[in-house]
Design a protein around this ligand. Structure first.
Ligand SMILES: [Fe+2]
Length: 346
């Protein structure tokens, strides 16, 4: 039996726990930004000795590598806004390697309740982040393979997937340049929408070849099965998200697969949602998808002349398509045509 834990020893116990814990602990004085406490784990994680840090100004300690701008921003945020707790993920460069740190900040108060010190808890999640990246890459590879499989069954040669991904990138970039939807479009959006675009028809995996490649008109029943590909694709991608770690591009893929056949006026499928209730990524995808389907040759039809396809897009603006996205499409028309030429099917 160990010695009894005496309440009067609580201070010592707390200090020992902090000293020995696996997470790094760093305490910074709010007023003069001097580091007042560092435990062993923080020294190990940051690859600096305690002597190099304790008693030093925070700014003087971590500004030697510009790779650590994000880490410094993160800590400065915790210092400036020291009356709230923050949870932040940041890369940290030791001079030899780049780690991924999860930083949780809290604060200590004086007797008057004023924050006087910032407490940073550092968790080195490098291995976990690498594992997650590998998982997402594998997952992406598998889903892309499914998308290619779908496209090959659809009687295409891979051109539709490549072209539509390029079109959505061009339209989204044009919207970004024109400062449209500033709340939604940023670098991450541009990245995610381009990566996710090839998955928009992944639900066609559940549609039979007989329907997918039928040269004539589809019966009502066949058309209903064909239409199910949007909801099926959304479900499939949602299941993929649940089975693995979260990734933002998959959320975009879910939106695009599930809503790329919705119409601006609510007459589309599967949900009949309208206007900006349709995710922006899907509104952009709708134009790219229809345009490419119109001008491409299929087993059951020749490719339509460009001008005729443009006329249809114009005609369906405000009914089928979001007018702002159509405007961006036409502003970027030259770039669109360049893609069409460079990724032609024949
Ligand atoms: Fe589709």
């Amino acid at each position: 039996m160990s010695a009894n834990l005496d309440a009067t020893n609580n201070d010592v116990i707390s200090r020992n726990i902090i000293r020995d814990m696996g997470n790094g602990v760093l305490v910074i004085d709010k007023a003069n930004r001097i580091i007042s406490f560092v435990n062993d784990s923080a020294a190990k994680i940051l690859d600096k000795t305690k002597e190099e840090m304790i008693g030093q100004k925070f700014a003087a300690c971590f500004f030697e590598y510009e790779e650590n701008d994000a880490f410094n921003d993160c800590v400065n945020k915790a210092i400036y806004e020291s009356d709230v707790s923050h949870k932040m993920m940041t890369p940290y460069y030791t001079g030899k390697e780049t780690k991924t740190l999860y930083v949780t900040s809290s604060y200590t108060k004086d007797d008057n309740g004023k924050p006087v010190g910032v407490v940073l808890i550092l968790d080195d999640i490098t291995e976990k982040a690498q594992l997650q990246e590998r998982l997402i890459k594998n997952q992406l590879g598998t889903i892309m393979m499914m998308a290619e499989l779908v496209e090959s069954r659809d009687g295409n040669t891979g051109g539709h997937i490549k072209r539509t991904a390029e079109y959505v990138k061009i339209i989204a970039q044009q919207l970004f340049d024109d400062k449209k939807f500033p709340e939604e479009i940023d670098d991450k959006f541009l990245n995610d929408i381009t990566t996710a675009a090839p998955l928009h028809d992944v639900g066609k995996i559940s549609v039979s070849d007989a329907i997918l490649n039928k040269p004539g008109r589809l019966t009502d029943e066949e058309f209903a099965i064909m239409k199910s590909h949007a909801a099926v694709g959304r479900k499939l991608l949602k299941d993929a998200v649940e089975a693995t770690e979260h990734s933002s591009f998959l959320d975009t893929a879910i939106d695009m697969a599930g809503a790329h056949h919705e119409w601006w006026n609510g007459r589309g499928y599967p949900d009949g949602i309208s206007g900006d209730k349709i995710p922006l990524s899907a509104r952009i995808m709708a134009i790219a998808d229809v345009f490419d389907a119109l001008v491409s040759k299929r087993v059951y039809k020749p490719g339509m002349p460009l001008e005729k396809a443009y006329a249809i897009i114009r005609e369906e603006t405000g009914t089928h398509f979001d007018p702002v996205c159509v405007e961006a499409f036409f502003k970027a028309q030259e770039k669109i045509e360049r893609v069409l030429k460079s990724h032609a099917d024949d």
